[in-house]
Design a protein around this ligand. Structure first.
Ligand SMILES: NC(=O)c1ccc[n+]([C@@H]2O[C@H](COP(=O)([O-])OP(=O)(O)OC[C@H]3O[C@@H](n4cnc5c(N)ncnc54)[C@H](O)[C@@H]3O)[C@@H](O)[C@H]2O)c1
Length: 451
């Protein structure tokens, strides 16, 4: 396969993060700790994952980071915005994800980063009240102010390439309206302060306008509508989203494909969570919860396809609850009760009790997305990057396609995209090997690849 041209990574890669809360601080402090050699980048496919290349007999399974021109984590430069003016050091202490010992080890680096004033409106996130906020007559003015911030960040840090990744709060549920249908209508809406334009969209608009890849880590509508796709195409910028796949949904997309593969029926799947961080507080507002609920509920329908498998899944009752419970902080507990049935319809149950740390699961995802989106931009890709569905609860997709939720299909697609970047043969797992006296006598896989 011919190798596509990928520009070399720039000396430094700027990373701009709206929302320097639990995830944002865990990512930045974590990368500083890893750079100092205190830990390994556990959970990160770009840093620790391998990829098989060629036939199995070739035994070529290098580390992904050794075979792709990814930016190095040593070359990442961080900045961001928040509605609270705490430095990253105070924000990390406040988030209570990392131990004081870890935070103190990188205190100086964290103290250096102070958030810029945010674009924020309580109408869209009711349970937060910050004061470190920009003022502007119109939403268009606010977008201009963000673009000025970005230009200043690039200048003062001497960076050319930048990626923006949303780690700010979940906004109230918004549906696509006329104002989202085209770029012209959206820009008119920005100038007229249209209520269906939320702050996250203003950040995304500023990024795309400046040719900066945008990643949406929350379930917000943000870049999931035609006006943004038009802007992304026009400026040749990649987009990805939405809602990081961590915790309970990660478990769901691991277990559901397995049950479906074995044709095991499911009557009910009840998922409930307790969490006590700021994200939990925001999700205590029913309108923000609605945005999250929609993102979490789609998963099973797409994996199990009840319309195609009515005998197994047509009566499936799926319920998701999130309860704000301050004593737990970032230490979430997610329970799943799954009512399944097998041969002759005999009922069985699966119970999962996942005691997880949300931001610890999210941090490596954020790192991978930053590096892959920068790579995508350098490879000339633009618009929705479906190959990154692996990382999202509610993967963005073209209107004519349905989203892929099965974690293993997502991984296969991601790795084949990496092989495409490397100019290597795509692997379909269709080949068959025959063994005689413990030796492979025929490898149909090779034949499939040649054809
Ligand atoms: N932690 C996870 O595993 C996980 C998984 C999927 C999605 N998410 C989403 O990621 C986002 C961040 O999660 P978190 O746990 O870090 O939450 P958090 O509440 O700790 O951090 C969010 C930060 O964003 C700031 N903020 C809110 N609105 C802003 C705006 N308009 N501009 C700039 N800053 C703003 C808040 O002040 C806060 O500091 C949330 O939307 C959450 O739903 C988290």
């Amino acid at each position: 396969m011919e190798k596509i041209k990928i520009k070399q990574p720039s000396k430094k890669l700027g990373v701009l993060i709206p929302g320097l809360g639990a995830i944002g601080t865990t990512v930045i402090a974590g990368i500083e700790l890893i750079k100092k050699g205190y830990s390994k980048p556990i959970g990160s496919l770009t840093q620790m994952g391998t990829i098989r290349l060629g036939k199995r007999t070739e035994n070529r399974v290098p580390l992904i980071k050794d075979t792709l021109p990814l930016s190095k984590i040593e070359n990442l430069v961080f900045g961001g915005w928040d509605i609270f003016e705490d430095s990253l050091y105070d924000a990390a202490k406040n988030a209570q994800v990392l131990s004081n010992e870890h935070i103190e080890m990188v205190k100086e680096k964290l103290q250096e980063i102070k958030p810029m004033k945010a674009v924020f409106d309580r109408k869209y996130v009711r349970n937060l009240n910050g004061t470190h906020i920009k003022k502007g007559e119109t939403k268009f003015d606010l977008a201009q102010q963000l673009m000025d911030d970005i230009s200043n960040f690039k200048k003062s840090n001497s960076v050319d390439n930048v990626v923006m990744i949303w780690c700010a709060s979940t906004e109230i549920y918004l549906k696509e309206e006329q104002v989202h249908k085209s770029l012209a209508e959206f820009e008119k809406g920005l100038k007229e302060n249209h209520p269906a334009i939320a702050p996250s969209m203003i950040y995304a608009y500023a990024a795309l306008k400046m040719g900066i890849p945008f990643i949406n880590g929350a379930p917000n509508l943000t870049v999931d509508f035609p006006a943004m796709w038009e802007l992304a195409k026009q400026n040749n910028v990649p987009l990805a989203g939405k809602d990081y796949k961590t915790g309970q949904t990660l478990m769901k997309t691991i277990i559901a494909p397995g049950l479906k593969a074995r044709n095991i029926g499911i009557n009910g799947w009840f998922s409930t969570n307790i969490l006590g961080n700021r994200d939990g507080e925001v999700l205590d507002d029913p309108d923000s919860f609605k945005t999250k609920e929609v993102s979490k509920l789609g998963v099973l329908d797409y994996i199990l396809q009840p319309e195609r498998n009515p005998g197994l899944y047509k009566d499936l009752y799926h319920k998701v609850r999130i309860n704000y419970y301050p004593p737990r902080g970032d230490n979430k507990e997610g329970w799943d009760n799954i009512d399944i049935f097998g041969w002759l319809g005999y009922p069985m149950q699966i119970k999962i009790d996942f005691l997880c740390k949300d931001s610890i699961l999210a941090a490596p995802i954020v790192l991978d997305l930053i590096l892959f989106m920068d790579l995508a931009k350098r490879a000339g890709l633009s618009g929705i990057q479906e190959w990154l569905s692996f990382y999202f609860k509610s993967p963005m997709h073209l209107p004519e396609l349905y989203p892929e939720h099965d974690l293993f299909v997502q991984l296969a697609k991601l790795k084949n995209t990496l092989r495409y970047f490397m100019g290597e043969t795509l692997i379909t797992h269709l080949g068959m090997d025959y063994y005689e006296n413990d030796k492979i006598v025929k490898d149909n896989h090779a034949k499939t690849q040649k054809n």
